[in-house]
Design a protein around this ligand. Structure first.
Ligand SMILES: [Zn+2]
Length: 155
């Protein structure tokens, strides 16, 4: 896993100019139920006024979102689904997405809102999928309009 993380961090730095770091995130594999708990606890934290790493989601967490990964800025941990597989391009693309958030966090990059922080993450994820001949829509049924809404500031 460390080699894969280093490879993706290097790829992100070269391809997107994100600040590279030797500080790799922790990676934890969690069940779907644990993923929902983590996501809900983060929404509560955000309600108390701190910045949320992921934007508010229009779909309930128990829907498709629960299958995805989460990055926690505070503990610098990427949570992946327990069924995650390193030989699946779509699974690795989730890691790519969350590693962008890690580089944003460690690099201290500022964004106008939580949604704006998502834009480079989705761009990198889409590019990674492209290398393997697939798209966000084919792999996750995420269409361009959804990406647009998730990556633009609402206020
Ligand atoms: Zn994200």
């Amino acid at each position: 896993m460390q080699e894969l993380l280093t490879l993706i961090v290097t790829w992100l730095a070269i391809t997107f100019g994100l600040p590279a770091t030797d500080e790799l995130p922790r990676v934890a594999f969690v069940s779907p139920a644990e993923m929902v708990d983590i996501r809900l606890s983060r929404v509560e934290t955000a309600a108390e006024g701190s910045v949320m790493a992921e934007p508010r989601l229009s779909t309930p967490p128990e829907a498709s979102q629960a299958l995805y990964a989460i990055y926690d800025d505070h503990s610098r941990t990427i949570f992946l689904p327990e069924r995650w597989a390193a030989d699946s391009p779509s699974d690795v693309s989730m890691l790519v997405h969350e590693l962008v958030h890690h580089l944003q966090n460690v690099g201290g990059l500022d964004y106008a809102c939580a949604e704006a922080r998502e834009r480079p993450a989705y761009q990198a994820q889409a590019r990674w999928l492209e290398i393997f001949g697939t798209t966000l829509f084919d792999a996750f049924e995420v269409d361009p309009m959804t990406i647009h809404l998730r990556t633009r500031c609402m206020h």
